[in-house]
Design a protein around this ligand. Structure first.
Ligand code: SIN
Length: 307
């Protein structure tokens, strides 16, 4: 694939509010929110934090020191919790999901290890995800995000016009098949590495059809809604027709020019907007423990271009 040089300007400029400001992480997306404690945000400051999130698509804050209750309460400021399609949650906090890999665990499959947008097989996939670093390896275990709006903008008008009316089949079949392959017996389907799972396998496989080109309900930005984990077909097309197109779109989106990469610290809180970016966790820290706490916000049915 030819490397793309973007001739339109990157727009991941610093956000400057009255209550908070940001320092961009990369040209394509992502930023650190400076000098802010999410437990004590006024309503105006919270509003600016949301604006910063929609502007940068992924934001992070250092030194947050959050209990599961703090994280749950902060998440609820954005709206109801999203559906947790994978895990049972922490004891007493069903909506705070532990994402853990123990030092001695060696697993070919980790939670979030493929390029994805969260639980896209649901009718209403989560809008925003929040991930808090509890224990972080000394190196490795980074996460990368990819700006799917910028990826959309860099396509030719002819390609955009062809994609505009299409619906993508978002299904968990690839995850289920990978888990079945790795599971030694039926009980193996109850866990992914050290994470206890609670899955509705048939609902994951059936999934939903969503617009391949998605309009953000708040910012109005338009983005590709396609990933490597859940995008499994295109409505009205054979597998033979759809697969090369989906492969092209994933290869296009996941180029470094659309990406930011975060090196985690303990007590760091990251938020991202699933409607407008993909992400992927690295499985490169065998021998070290990594523990994260994850919450999600309920999203809407994805909107197409005509919405
Ligand atoms: C996720 O996909 O939500 C997890 C990402 C990570 O563990 O870095």
């Amino acid at each position: 694939m030819d490397l793309i040089h973007l001739d339109q300007p990157y727009r991941n400029t610093p956000f400057q509010g009255h209550h908070l400001h940001t320092r961009p992480l990369a040209a394509a997306m992502g930023a650190e929110v400076l000098d802010t404690d999410v437990r004590t945000l006024s309503d105006d400051a919270f509003d600016e934090l949301q604006q910063a999130l929609f502007h940068h698509k992924m934001i992070y804050l250092r030194n947050q020191s959050l209990t599961p209750d703090d994280q749950a309460q902060f998440t609820l400021r954005f709206g109801e919790f999203g559906t947790d399609a994978y895990t049972t949650g922490l004891p007493g906090y069903p909506d705070v999901q532990p994402v853990v890999k123990e030092a001695q665990t060696k697993s070919k499959m980790i939670f979030g290890g493929g390029w994805h947008t969260d639980s896209a097989f649901l009718e209403e996939p989560p809008s925003i995800s929040l991930l808090y670093g509890v224990e972080i390896p000394p190196y490795g275990g980074d996460t990368t995000w990819y700006n799917t709006a910028l990826a959309y903008e860099s396509l030719t008008p002819a390609m955009r016009a062809m994609l505009a009316p299409l619906k993508v089949h978002m299904s968990g079949i690839k995850v289920v098949n990978s888990m079945r392959k790795l599971a030694k017996d039926a009980a193996g389907m109850d866990a992914m590495g050290d994470i206890q799972l609670e899955l509705d396998i048939q609902a994951m496989i059936d999934g939903h059809f969503h617009p391949l080109i998605r309009r953000h309900p708040i910012s109005g930005e338009v983005a590709l809604y396609c990933d490597d984990v859940y995008a499994q077909g295109i409505e009205g097309m054979t597998e033979y027709e759809a697969r090369p197109l989906l492969n092209f779109l994933v290869a296009h989106i996941t180029q470094e020019i659309f990406c930011c990469r975060l090196r985690w610290e303990a007590n760091m809180l990251v938020l991202w907007d699933n409607r407008i970016c993909l992400h992927r966790a690295f499985n490169d820290y065998d021998g070290f423990r990594r523990e994260m706490h994850r919450t999600t916000v309920k999203g809407e049915r994805p909107l197409g271009l005509s919405a």
